[in-house]
Design a protein around this ligand. Structure first.
Ligand SMILES: Nc1ncnc2c1ncn2[C@@H]1O[C@H](COP(=O)(O)OP(=O)(O)OP(=O)(O)O)[C@@H](O)[C@H]1O
Ligand SMILES: [Mg+2]
Length: 326
């Protein structure tokens, strides 16, 4: 990762609007961050904070027309992805940008063999013949440490264990040597040892290939161990971001501090880490005014419910969106 190089991905002011029964609200609001080559950027935040929606927006997979990107830009290697039509976006997706999902069974097709599914992007995007694609598929499966890869190409997803399916999905995502990989809680369903193995594979691939990696996770332990940069989201906004050591060393936003203080172990779960406020609905239509965190914030004062704090760089690379000085 070289700081002087232009970022691989620059998300700026990304705002998405959800429309339900004539009502509209911002699910993501003014989200900004960057990803550099070889960098692992972790996005954390409790359920409903907008992590997956950020990923789907980058992938051009927002469930339109209910959810649409209505402001901002997502620049990837000079192109604003938000200006592309579906067909143009398909040329990026699975080729230069790929995503692995939380539940492999939702993205692996049960009726096709693993080999077929890893080969598909190679045939579609790279124009490889079946045989060459299959050979590459075996290499990819071996690379994500599936033993006896050649033989296992002929198996169907249900014949794989959970951990192997997850690896097969990573292999599919890596097939075309993407420049950017988004992993949305790729290991939550797996046991801790397999989780660590898979995250190590992803991080090593990022460093080894100079691939940008966005890792969405609930675990601060995962962030501390694998990420270079962390983005903390709350109610559709980035409330703090910066280098992991800096943010963990001097967390600035009261939400981030709350997360850190409440984490009992390095594998602490963010959802159990912060106790929700009684009777406070957290849907996009019920977000509190001003800074959405104000009802839960120990430092809140009058400005906090009147005005939304912008994300500001208060130390080099370290950003916070908070009115409080301390
Ligand atoms: N299709 C949709 N229609 C309406 N609202 C939606 C839709 N998809 C997501 N939302 C809302 O947008 C907000 C952000 O959702 P998102 O899925 O990004 O959360 P998340 O941070 O990924 O949460 P989790 O940790 O549970 O996966 C939530 O309040 C959610 O209810
Ligand atoms: Mg999600």
């Amino acid at each position: 990762m070289t700081v002087s190089e232009p970022p691989l991905l620059t998300v700026e002011g990304l705002t998405t609007t959800v429309s339900v029964q004539g009502r509209q609200a911002h699910a993501l609001d003014d989200v900004s961050f960057q990803v550099r080559k070889g960098e692992c950027v972790a996005i954390v935040g409790e359920s409903g904070s907008g992590k997956s929606m950020t990923a789907l927006a980058i992938m051009g997979l927002l469930p339109e027309p209910q959810v649409r990107a209505t402001a901002g830009s997502i620049r990837f290697d000079g192109t604003d992805l938000l200006t592309l039509n579906q067909e143009q976006m398909r040329a990026f997706r699975g080729d230069r940008i790929s995503m692995i999902f939380q539940e492999p069974m939702t993205s692996l097709n049960p009726v096709f063999t693993i080999g077929h599914q890893i080969s598909e992007p190679l045939i579609y995007h790279k124009g490889l013949g079946r045989k060459a694609a299959r050979k590459k598929a075996a290499q990819l499966l071996a690379q994500v440490q599936v033993a006896d890869a050649e033989h296992r190409l002929s198996l169907y997803p249900h014949q794989f264990s959970g951990g192997m399916r997850q690896r097969a999905m990573i292999a599919t995502g890596l097939a075309c040597d993407p420049e950017l990989m988004i992993a949305d809680e790729p290991t939550t369903a797996l046991d801790v040892t397999i989780q660590a193995q898979i995250l190590e594979i992803l991080r090593d691939l990022a460093r080894g290939r100079g691939m940008g990696l966005i890792l969405i996770t609930h675990s601060l332990g995962v962030v501390a161990r694998y990420a270079d940069t962390v983005i903390v989201m709350y109610a559709g906004r980035v409330v703090e971001s910066g280098p992991v050591a800096e943010v963990f060393g001097r967390p600035k936003h009261p939400y981030t501090r709350g997360l850190m203080a409440c984490v009992p172990t390095m594998d602490g779960d963010l959802e159990s880490a912060l106790v929700p406020i009684d009777g406070q609905p957290s849907g996009v239509f019920d977000r509190p005014s001003g800074c959405a965190f104000h009802p839960r914030c120990p430092l809140a004062f009058d400005r906090c419910w009147a005005e939304t704090p912008p994300l500001e760089e208060f130390r080099p690379g370290h950003h916070k969106a908070c009115w409080a000085d301390e």
